[in-house]
Write a protein that binds this ligand. Structure first.
Ligand code: FES
Ligand code: FES
Length: 159
């Protein structure tokens, strides 16, 4: 991996930030260690668990695999940027309402994955929701309440 430093501009949660970064630094390292935004979790650090999921140009990516240098001038959303001020996003509200979290370690990745999925699929089936979450591992909930939360949002949007 390259250790060359480079100045890059990241657009994170609507804010443009110029940083001097190692060329091999991952997006997860940048947001957690350089920017102090620790809502994105480091689980496996190998692209398997989904705990580090963020959105880049609206698409879920593994923050532990994506290089920050490859995300220059793209629009990055972390869990810190998903609410509207003090108002939780619809899927955040639904996760709370339906008990879609226990320890919370997987929750930011779940929320971002579901936000992107529901934006593309506003009227999904339960099976489609479950499939959309196949890359996000949860050791606590058994997924049922998370799927309930997503279906609640879908029903509210389509009402
Ligand atoms: S920490 Fe990135 S996928 Fe597990
Ligand atoms: S709520 Fe604990 S890992 Fe999902």
């Amino acid at each position: 991996m390259s250790t060359d430093k480079q100045v890059i501009t990241l657009n994170i949660n609507g804010e443009s930030i110029e940083l001097l970064l190692d060329g091999g630094e991952t997006l997860l390292e940048t947001v957690r260690e350089q920017l102090g935004m620790t809502g994105s979790k480091r689980g496996c650090n190998q692209g398997v668990c989904g705990a580090c999921t963020m959105l880049v140009d609206g698409e879920p990516v593994r923050g532990c695999l994506a290089l920050s240098s490859a995300c220059s001038d793209r629009s990055i959303t972390t869990i810190e940027g998903i609410a509207d001020g003090l108002n939780l996003s619809p899927i955040q509200e639904a996760m709370v309402e339906h008990g879609g979290l226990q320890c919370g370690f997987c929750t930011s990745g779940m929320v971002l994955t579901l936000s992107a999925f529901l934006a593309e699929n506003p009227k999904p089936t339960r099976e489609q929701v479950r499939h959309a979450l196949s890359g996000n591992l949860c050791r606590c909930t058994g997924y049922t309440k998370i799927v309930h939360a997503a279906m609640h949002v879908a029903e509210a949007y389509s009402a």
